[in-house]
Design a binder for this molecule. Structure first.
Ligand SMILES: [Zn+2]
Length: 145
């Protein structure tokens, strides 16, 4: 059951957790109740609907699961800049091309302008003689805040 919305310390929404998980966060004092159900109590706590992290998410959740890969997410992560020329990144390039087994994953994709993407084609950056200006990373939820 995913019932409780978790907010970052700056009120940016992160994800939903089960009620049980939310209570555990309250007990561990990593979160406080932001909005509660007026109708009941669990022990000494009102039933939380929304909880807010005490500490900002970037450090706290770095090692836990981040957002799932998406084309839109890659563009957001890379600030819509081309990873090869620094121009406007409007497409998603697979560093190891899909046709050669490259995955849809955060570490295998970067945003690229149409020109660089086309120039690189079905080659790796090394084969194409193109240099990556950025090193792709798996983002935390913070990129969406
Ligand atoms: Zn480019």
């Amino acid at each position: 059951m995913s019932a409780v919305l978790v907010l970052n310390a700056d009120l940016g929404p992160l994800h939903r957790v089960s009620l049980r998980h939310a209570i555990r966060m309250l007990l561990r004092q990593v979160a406080v109740i932001h909005e509660a159900d007026a109708d009941g109590l669990i022990g000494v706590y009102p039933i939380p609907r929304v909880v807010r992290l005490v500490t900002y998410v970037v450090t706290r959740w770095r090692h836990s699961r981040g957002p799932a890969w998406s084309r839109a997410g890659v563009l957001v992560r890379d600030g819509r800049r081309c990873a090869y020329c620094g121009g406007a990144g409007t497409t998603v390039d697979h560093i190891l091309p899909r046709c050669r087994g490259g995955e849809n994953s955060w570490l295998n994709t970067v945003s690229a302008c149409g020109r660089c993407n086309q120039r690189k084609g079905d080659r790796t950056p090394v084969e194409a003689g193109m240099k990556l200006l950025v090193k792709p990373v798996a983002p935390t939820w913070a990129i969406y805040i």
